[in-house]
Design a protein around this ligand. Structure first.
Ligand code: HEM
Length: 180
């Protein structure tokens, strides 16, 4: 997984829980990388899961809530990259409808080794879409947080609900997004 996902996570922990918790987190995880993340590096996605699991123990906040809070924090940072790629959208739903066909496609051109989920996106009507998240990594709650962050970014109110359909071989979640 790309370094930005790790550096921003550590930054979120530092700003939300303080440097003491961030240090305890990195020291207590026994990470293969040693935890000295850089934006240009690539690390095993299992490290984020270890960090989230340990942060849950340190703070008492459930792991899915931590992943959602992280997604919300991460979105504006990813949006900067999007602007650098000259991608522009009319609002949250417009962006979400282009996530698979444009945004993550451009990400893959830039970083051919990026580990991305697949999204099958259906427009129900002008105010509602259905996103089917599929991945071999368990990051549906990160996706929910990113969608929440996308709503904040465009100052639009979104209600997001999830239904997990995980199988033995794949993580799969139906995400409904309604704009009000
Ligand atoms: C609301 C919009 C978005 C959603 C729901 C979303 C969803 C996700 C999820 C869930 C992952 C984790 C990988 C997995 O689940 O298998 C991911 C990874 C990633 N996404 Fe997106 N994404 C969004 C927007 C963006 C934007 C705007 C960018 C930048 C232009 C971006 C770039 C990336 C990158 C660089 C990764 C990491 C790939 C890797 O580490 O190898 N995403 N995305």
């Amino acid at each position: 997984m790309k370094g930005i996902i790790f550096t921003e996570f550590v930054e979120l922990v530092e700003t939300t829980f303080g440097y003491g918790v961030a240090n305890a987190l990195l020291e207590g995880c026994d990470l293969p990388s040693g935890g000295a993340y850089t934006t240009v590096g690539t690390y095993d996605h299992e490290e984020i899961l270890s960090l989230v699991g340990r942060l849950q123990k340190l703070t008492g906040t459930p792991a899915p809530d931590l992943l959602e809070a992280y997604g919300k924090y991460l979105f504006p940072k990813l949006a900067e990259q999007m602007t650098a790629m000259s991608l522009k959208f009319d609002g949250a739903l417009d962006l979400l409808c282009s996530l698979e066909s444009i945004i993550h496609k451009e990400v893959l051109k830039l970083y051919p080794d990026a580990e991305l989920p697949s999204f099958n996106i259906k427009k129900i009507n002008a105010k509602e879409i259905l996103m089917e998240y599929r991945s071999c990594r368990p990051f549906a709650h990160l996706a929910k947080g990113l969608i929440d962050g996308c709503g904040d970014y465009y100052q639009q109110t979104l209600s997001v609900s999830m239904k997990h359909l995980n199988t033995d071989t794949e993580f799969s979640t139906l995400i409904t997004v309604r704009q009000s």
